[in-house]
Design a protein around this ligand. Structure first.
Ligand SMILES: [Fe+2]
Length: 402
C-alpha cells in the first residue's frame, strides 16, 4: 500500500485535506480535535497563524498534495479496452491502478460529502471549493474508464447510505453523461449535481430518514420536502450552475407526471432531470436499506424497463442500460460452462462483458481466478446473473485480485 500518511509543509495545505497530526502539541493549536478535514480557508490561516510549519495529512481520508501535472481532463477517444490490441499484462496493471485510484476517489468523495452535509446542518453554506476538486478527480476517472468507479458503487453500508448514494449518483450521472457524449463541462456539472442532489436531507428528521419500515402519509410528505430544500440550499450556493441544480430539483419527477415536487412531465423535465430520475431509482433499488435488501443490478434494470412508459423516458432508459450494461461491473454471473464469474467491465457487446472466473459450480471446485474477455470467446457466454448473497460471495474480493 502507498504511504497514506504524508508530512507536508503548511504552504501546500488546501481545503479538502485531512489533518492526521499537527506538528505541535495539542495545547498549542486552536482546534478542538487533532484530526479533522480542512473545510474552510480559515482553518489553513489558523494553522499558519499558530506557527505550525509542517504537519501530517491522511491521503485516504482527504485530498492528496497536488502533483505538478497539466490540469486538463485526459479525454480518451476510445476507452473501450476490448477494441485495443494490447497484451494482457499492461491491461491488467492498468485495471488494478484504475481501481486503486477509483477507491481513493470514492473515499475522498464520501468524506467531502459527510463534511459538507454536517456543515449545512450547522447552517453553513455548501462550499464549492470542497466539491470541485473531487468532481475533477471523478471526471478524470470516469473519462478514462467508468467501469472502475461503477464497480465500486455496489459496496454499501446501511449507516452511511446517504453519503454513498450521493457519491454513486455523481458517478452514475457522469458515466451516463459521458456515454451520451455530453461536453466535459456538462459531465462536471452533473457530477456536482449528483454529489449534492440530496443535500436537503440534512433538514429531514433522522427518525424519518432512517425509519425501518414504510413511511406514513404524513412522514412521506416531510420526506418529499428534501427536494425543495436541496433546491433552496443549492440556489444559495455561489458557483453552482443550472445543470447541477436540475439534478437536485428534478430527480424525483417522473416522465408521466406522477413524480414530485411539481408533477412535471415529459419535456417539462430537462434531459438532465430525466437522466437523474433513472439514475436515482437504479441506485436506490440496488442498495441495501434499513427497510429492504438491495436487488441485483440486472433484476433492477429489467424492472425499470417494465416501467418505461410511465416513469422514465423510454429512449433514455435504453441508453442507460447500454451505459451500465445488462451486467454492470461487480455483478456475479453464471457462464454457459457453469463457471461462476464476476463482471469487471463492459465491452462493446453488453451481453459479453470482461469477467473474472473463480468457481466451477459443476465440480464445486474453486479455480484460479482468471480474467476472460467474453466478447473474444467463441463459445462462452453469460447465462444469467446470480445473487452474491445467495452464493455468499463478495465480488469486490475478486475484483481486487486482478
Ligand atoms: Fe432524493
Amino acid at each position: 500500500m502507498n504511504n497514506i500518511i504524508k508530512t507536508i509543509h503548511t504552504n501546500k495545505l488546501k481545503k479538502g485535506m485531512y489533518i492526521h497530526e499537527l506538528d505541535c502539541t495539542w495545547i498549542n493549536h486552536p482546534f478542538a480535535r487533532n484530526q479533522f478535514i480542512i473545510s474552510k480557508q480559515d482553518d489553513i490561516k489558523k494553522i499558519v497563524d499558530a506557527g505550525i510549519k509542517t504537519l501530517k495529512i491522511n491521503t485516504e481520508k482527504g485530498l492528496d498534495v497536488v502533483k505538478n501535472k497539466p490540469k486538463s481532463i485526459p479525454v480518451k477517444t476510445n476507452p473501450n479496452l476490448t477494441s485495443q490490441k494490447e497484451s494482457a499484462a499492461p491491461k491488467r496493471n492498468n485495471l488494478i491502478q484504475m481501481r486503486r485510484e477509483a477507491k481513493k476517489i470514492k473515499r475522498h468523495a464520501e468524506h467531502a460529502i459527510t463534511t459538507i452535509m454536517s456543515n449545512v446542518k450547522l447552517g453553513q453554506q455548501v462550499e464549492m471549493e470542497l466539491v470541485t476538486p473531487i468532481v475533477d478527480k471523478m471526471a478524470e476517472s470516469v473519462l478514462e474508464n467508468h467501469n472502475a468507479l461503477l464497480g465500486l458503487s455496489r459496496i454499501r453500508h446501511m449507516d452511511t447510505y446517504t453519503f454513498e448514494h450521493s457519491v454513486n449518483i455523481g458517478v452514475l450521472m457522469m458515466s451516463f453523461a459521458k456515454y451520451r457524449r455530453m461536453s466535459p463541462q456538462m459531465i462536471q456539472d452533473v457530477g456536482v449535481g449528483g454529489l449534492l442532489h440530496d443535500i436537503g436531507k440534512t433538514l429531514t428528521p433522522p427518525e424519518i430518514l432512517n425509519k425501518p419500515g414504510k413511511l406514513t402519509d404524513k412522514e412521506f410528505i416531510i420526506m418529499r420536502r428534501h427536494v425543495v430544500d436541496s433546491k433552496i440550499i443549492l440556489e444559495k450556493t455561489p458557483g453552482i450552475n443550472q445543470n447541477a441544480l436540475d439534478v437536485a430539483a428534478l430527480h424525483h419527477e417522473k416522465y408521466d407526471g406522477s413524480g414530485y415536487p411539481d408533477g412535471k412531465k415529459e419535456d417539462e423535465i430537462s434531459q438532465i432531470g430525466q437522466m437523474s430520475a433513472i439514475v436515482d431509482v437504479y441506485d436506490a433499488l440496488t442498495a441495501d436499506r434499513c427497510y429492504h435488501k438491495g436487488k441485483d443490478p440486472s433484476v433492477v434494470l429489467k424492472r425499470m424497463l417494465s416501467w418505461t412508459n410511465s416513469h422514465f423516458n423510454p429512449q433514455l432508459i435504453q441508453e442507460f442500460i447500454q451505459c451500465v450494461g445488462i451486467y454492470p461491473p461487480a455483478t456475479l454471473v453464471m457462464l454457459s460452462n457453469q463457471h461462476l464469474a464476476v463482471v469487471v467491465e463492459n465491452t462493446k457487446n453488453i451481453l459479453l462483458p470482461r469477467v473474472i472466473v473463480f468457481l466451477n459450480t459443476k465440480k464445486r471446485e474453486t479455480i484460479e481466478p482468471k480474467l476472460i474477455d467474453l466478447s473474444k470467446q467463441e463459445k462462452l457466454k453469460v447465462i444469467t446473473s446470480e445473487s452474491d448473497k445467495n452464493w455468499n460471495v463478495d465480488p469486490q474480493k475478486y475484483l481486487d485480485m486482478i
